[in-house]
Write a protein that binds this ligand. Structure first.
Ligand SMILES: [Zn+2]
Length: 311
């Protein structure tokens, strides 16, 4: 045991640091053991590690806090932009609502022109009460985006309704126009002179004392164009005994017109014609005393006075 103890004592040597002042003061000396120096070194090292750890930790916390603050700022600015956008969209919705109200007025005006009554209630199957006319104190709790979404849904439904209504009106207008086009209202020649009216008359050839005239005779220049009095389909085009060169047009809605004594025909059976199309030319073919067109109007198969319709 003795040699080991001595060895430890020898390794734990004592060191002296001399401090020698320059101006006549006594020199000072500090004595210390090597083991103490080592202990101080370890303690300093530990303290340094601890300090570095604390520094790292606090800088990390600071960095995180800074990042959080940046994220918060970004979130706030994005939220502000979104709120502004939603505000704009809400205003736009309101503007569209006003336009829709204008459309409703226009629609009513069109209906009045069509001679229709009050606007029918919406045919939409969805329950719109959950969106329509809401508001009041409770609405304040609802997010702006929810209000926008609800308004938008109502608008979409309204647009759908309006589309259906306008399509319906368009259909009625087309039907009305078709009826109008089918009505024989066009004088079949340019001017001319009525030489014989509809109804009873004396026979133009003097063969019989009395004759029933089923149309009007319009004298005009030989070869003057003869026009379709209304739109329709050519039912018959050719030679008919008594009528000479003859055309009969089916207009639909119970209306037909017939044209006789023409010099030449311009249409064939089965062909579609529009009001005012040339169907033939004035002549004197068949039972006729001079160039004229014999013009008949039939309503549900019965001849009627053309002058009641033609203007
Ligand atoms: Zn006639």
């Amino acid at each position: 045991m003795e040699p080991i103890k001595r060895q430890r004592k020898e390794s734990d040597s004592v060191y002296t640091i001399m401090l020698i002042p320059h101006k006549g003061h006594e020199p000072r000396s500090i004595h210390f053991r090597l083991s103490l120096l080592k202990k101080v070194g370890i303690v300093c090292g530990l303290l340094c590690l601890l300090g570095a750890g604390v520094l790292f930790q606090s800088s990390h916390i600071l960095y995180k806090a800074h990042q959080d603050q940046q994220e918060l700022l970004t979130y706030r600015s994005e939220k502000a932009v979104q709120e502004q956008k939603i505000g704009q969209l809400l205003q736009e919705n309101e503007a569209i609502e006003k336009e829709m109200a204008e459309l409703s007025k226009l629609e009513e005006a069109v209906r009045r022109e069509l001679g229709e009554g009050a606007v029918q209630p919406s045919r939409s199957g969805i329950d719109r009460s959950q969106y329509l006319g809401q508001g009041g104190p409770q609405a304040a709790k609802v997010e702006a985006v929810d209000i926008y979404a609800a308004q938008n849904k109502v608008l979409q439904e309204k647009v759908k309704d309006r589309k259906a209504t306008l399509n319906d009106l368009l259909g009625r207008l087309r039907e009305l126009n078709q009826r109008k086009a089918a009505l024989p209202t066009l004088w079949p020649t340019n001017g001319g002179t009525i030489t014989s009216y509809f109804g009873g008359r004396s026979d133009p050839f003097g063969n019989r004392s009395y004759d029933w005239h089923p149309g009007v005779d319009i004298a005009n220049d030989y070869g003057a164009p003869v026009y379709a009095s209304a739109s329709g389909t050519i039912e018959e085009a050719g030679w008919v005994s008594g009528y000479g060169r003859y055309v009969r047009i089916q207009h639909g809605y119970g209306y037909e017109t017939a044209y006789g004594h023409m010099s030449k025909l311009a249409v064939q059976a089965g062909q579609s014609v529009s009001k005012g199309d040339v169907i033939g030319y004035v002549g004197s073919s068949g039972y006729s005393t001079g160039p004229h067109v014999h013009f008949e109007v039939l309503v549900n198969g019965q001849t009627t006075d053309p002058l009641e319709l033609v203007r």
